[in-house]
Design a protein around this ligand. Structure first.
Ligand code: ATP
Length: 459
């Protein structure tokens, strides 16, 4: 059966051109939508397998707004946009597309991107099916193991399901998230739910180790292997043998040690400084609050290591993106610290609740926990009715907003394309585009070249 694609593009010529490319390659184009409302209707009617999305469309809504709806409905989508400024790219990336192509592009590029996008989407669907089957199979985590992880937002529910699934295997796990979002807590839960639970969980903060000691700390050393090595030392990997090692701040690991670490992942082998290779059996969980893709492009993190680690990523969203968990967590910590300090505090005033919901929590759950501990300590009554927030209390929640203005180049491109279409791609001479636009032929040619407008891409 042909894969069904909906094109969402406000430019008539671009859309028609795309339709041609897709149909020649054997896809079925279910329609062309110029705006988000039209696209939504078309999706409801035809249920395409994939959507090709331009970002700036007719009307107030953008392709990025539509992307959120497509995600909800599990429809694959890729972006095709002439605008690739950082703000737009960041906003587009946050919607987790299967691809992004900057106009102008070649037909070949579109088809390769679609191929990869479709493959990724099918993989993900398969994973979701396996996940659902696993959860239906009735596996129950041992009592209480996940109880200490508070939250009922869809994001946390999804993460807990992932934890249950991955804990049953020996797969490496990469936990991503800002500081204080609960990465270590998740690592502990994975270990506790795994068959390794009776063996050690060794926690190493790669960012806290001095660079001259880190190798010996992780891999150990033989007696006399370097000046000052008076005794043999067992490294953290060996200490974790049979159990789990949690490498926090993995993005801080120096490049030379990344090679050695890759060997642990690939060969399950370590080498003490001055010693021989030794097989070990460790489950690896790594975490970082850095953007590893940016670290790779800056040459600070190895791509091969990233691929090895990124087999099962768990993304912990910041608290400001799961606001429905704030009150749950606040009540949990309130009870914890009130019990600890032997106080009877029953809750928060309405004003405090409003402040907590509004605040951006840059320090995430850790910040909320610390604040609750402090508030309980200072509280004189049975209700927390004031909260001292750091200076940026009033700072508004930052939400990505797309400037809905096409750039000069985009407008120029649209205008030239529309004119060329009117003149049947006649550039010069009577009734040609140069004459209609009232510019020199050479100027028009150079603008077309600069903007990547080439007749062969459009016919
Ligand atoms: N969902 C949660 N439920 C209960 N407590 C939580 C939750 N998430 C985080 N915490 C608590 O918040 C604090 C910070 O969590 P944790 O140390 O796991 O964060 P982290 O992401 O590893 O931070 P960092 O990147 O700074 O190491 C801990 O005390 C942890 O127990």
């Amino acid at each position: 059966m042909k894969t069904k694609i909906l094109i969402v593009e406000d430019q008539f010529i671009e859309a028609n051109n795309m339709q041609g490319i897709l149909e020649r390659a054997g896809y079925k184009v279910t329609g062309i939508a110029r705006s988000v409302p039209i696209a939504l209707k078309a999706i409801e009617k035809e249920r395409p397998d994939m959507v090709m999305l331009d970002i700036l469309l007719q009307g107030n809504l953008t392709g990025i707004d539509l992307a959120a709806k497509l995600r909800e409905q599990n429809i694959a989508f890729v972006y095709l946009s002439a605008n690739s400024n950082k703000q737009i790219l960041d906003a587009a990336k946050a919607t987790k597309p299967y691809g992004f192509l900057v106009k102008p592009f070649r037909a070949k590029d579109v088809l390769v991107m679609l191929d990869v996008a479709w493959y990724l989407h099918s993989q993900l669907e398969e994973e979701v099916k396996n996940r659902e089957a696993f959860l239906k199979s009735g596996f129950q985590p041992p009592n209480g193991e996940l109880k200490s992880i508070i939250g009922s937002s869809p994001a946390i529910t999804d993460i807990l399901n992932s934890v249950k699934i991955v804990s049953r295997s020996d797969t490496a796990v990469l936990i991503l998230g800002e500081s204080g979002t609960g990465k270590e807590l998740i690592a502990q839960a994975i270990h506790k739910l795994s068959d390794r639970k009776n063996k050690p969980l060794i926690v190493v903060n790669c960012g806290a180790l001095p660079s001259n000691l880190i190798e010996s700390e992780l891999f150990g050393h033989e007696k006399g292997s370097f000046t000052g090595a008076y005794n043999k030392r067992i490294g953290k990997f060996e200490q974790a043998d049979g159990g789990t090692i949690f490498l926090d701040e993995i993005g801080e690991l120096p490049m030379d040690l990344q090679v050695k670490f890759l060997r642990v992942l690939q060969e399950k082998e370590i080498e003490r400084i001055g010693g021989n290779a030794k097989k070990i059996d460790v489950r690896i969980i790594a975490a970082t609050n850095r953007n590893l893709e940016e670290e790779i492009s800056a040459g600070r993190f190895r791509l091969d290591l990233y691929y090895r680690l990124n087999i099962f990523p768990i993304n912990l969203p910041p608290l400001r993106e799961r606001r429905s968990d704030i009150l749950l967590l606040a009540n949990y910590f309130l009870k914890k610290y009130a019990d600890k300090q032997g106080k009877t505090i029953t809750g928060f005033s309405d004003e405090v609740i409003a402040i907590m919901k509004q605040y951006s929590w840059p320090g995430n759950v850790r910040e909320l926990e610390n604040m609750m501990e402090r508030s309980v300590l200072l509280s004189m009554g049975t209700l927390i009715n004031s909260l001292i927030l750091p200076k940026d209390k009033g700072s508004p929640i930052i939400e990505i907003e797309i400037d809905r203005v096409k750039t000069m180049e985009e407008n120029e491109r649209d205008h030239i394309l529309a004119t060329l279409a009117k003149c049947d791609w006649k550039v010069y001479g009577e009734g040609g585009a140069a004459e209609m636009l009232n510019i020199n032929v050479s100027t028009l040619n150079s603008r077309m070249k600069k903007l990547g407008i080439d007749k062969k891409h459009y016919l």
